[in-house]
Design a binder for this molecule. Structure first.
Ligand SMILES: Cc1cc2nc3c(=O)[nH]c(=O)nc-3n(C[C@H](O)[C@H](O)[C@H](O)COP(=O)(O)OP(=O)(O)OC[C@H]3O[C@@H](n4cnc5c(N)ncnc54)[C@H](O)[C@@H]3O)c2cc1C
Length: 229
């Protein structure tokens, strides 16, 4: 899996802070955008985040390239509706050399790994034979498993990302989408550190645990130190 931050709103924190200032100022946000100091920006953003005035964060958006996740994972990802997606098509792209995603629980156990690879080999072989017979890729793909790799471009605004991290950085989320979320969080923190300083699963962002996983205090500590990857 490889996650890249392809693009983002230029100066995302200044943009969101200028939008926040607009709500309370008789002057144009263009003035605030130029005049706000770094300290003003941090103070304004912390205030709007703690007061839940999160709509101003929608003015900052981030575009990621997510390469090499499974179709099982991308299916979970696209359930997040407040986002834009462009995914590699199995209708138009033929998969000649498929590199399947294999969960550790399977790859670490010799017998499970062998069974899994045998199954995958069967799918690949049938896929190739169907294509060779002239079956269109859009129909041949029905034999492909959820382990099939995909590439997807994702754009989310900062507010949608905070929600995404609460749900998908949580230990209750599956390992693969959790890795996607953790890497995305690390990338956006590098360009918008104040917006995302308190981001993470609910236990970090809100000090609550809707999943009732109170048995993982270690995870919380590790998460706060940024050493969970
Ligand atoms: C651990 C875990 C297990 C899951 N298990 C399942 C499962 O078994 N089956 C399943 O189907 N899904 C499952 N999901 C997916 C989950 O139900 C959500 O669809 C997914 O996490 C997207 O969350 P969201 O709706 O908050 O995000 P988004 O779609 O990005 O929406 C963000 C926010 O916008 C608002 N919003 C968006 N659309 C609407 C709307 N139409 N009406 C009102 N408000 C809206 C809501 O406040 C929402 O929280 C699971 C998710 C997690 C994290």
């Amino acid at each position: 899996m490889k996650i890249t931050l392809l693009a983002h709103t230029p100066d995302p924190e200044r943009t969101a802070a200028a939008a926040a200032r607009q709500c309370y100022s008789k002057f144009s946000a263009t003035k605030a955008y130029v005049e706000l100091s770094e300290e003003d920006i941090r103070r304004l953003l912390r205030k709007i985040i703690s007061s839940g005035h999160l709509s101003v964060l929608e003015h900052a958006s981030f575009t990621f390239v997510v390469d090499g996740i499974s179709r099982a994972c991308s299916h979970q990802l696209v359930r997040h509706r407040i986002a834009s997606y462009s995914q590699q098509s199995q209708r138009y792209v033929k998969f000649d050399e498929l590199e399947f995603v294999i969960p550790h629980s399977i790859s670490d156990d010799e017998e499970s790994r062998r069974m899994f690879l045998e199954g995958l080999e069967g799918c690949k072989e049938t896929y190739r034979k169907l294509l060779a017979k002239g079956i269109p890729a859009e129909d041949a793909r029905y034999i492909l498993p959820q382990a099939s790799p995909t590439k997807i471009v994702v754009t989310m605004n900062a507010r949608a990302l905070l929600n995404f991290f609460e749900l998908r950085c949580c230990l209750s989320a599956q390992w693969e989408i959790r890795r996607v979320a953790e890497e995305m969080l690390s990338l956006v923190r590098s360009v918008a550190p104040t917006i995302f300083e308190g981001a993470g699963p609910f236990c970090v962002s809100r000090r609550i645990c809707p999943e009732k996983k109170y048995d993982c205090p270690k995870w919380v500590e590790l998460y706060k130190k940024g050493s969970t990857q």
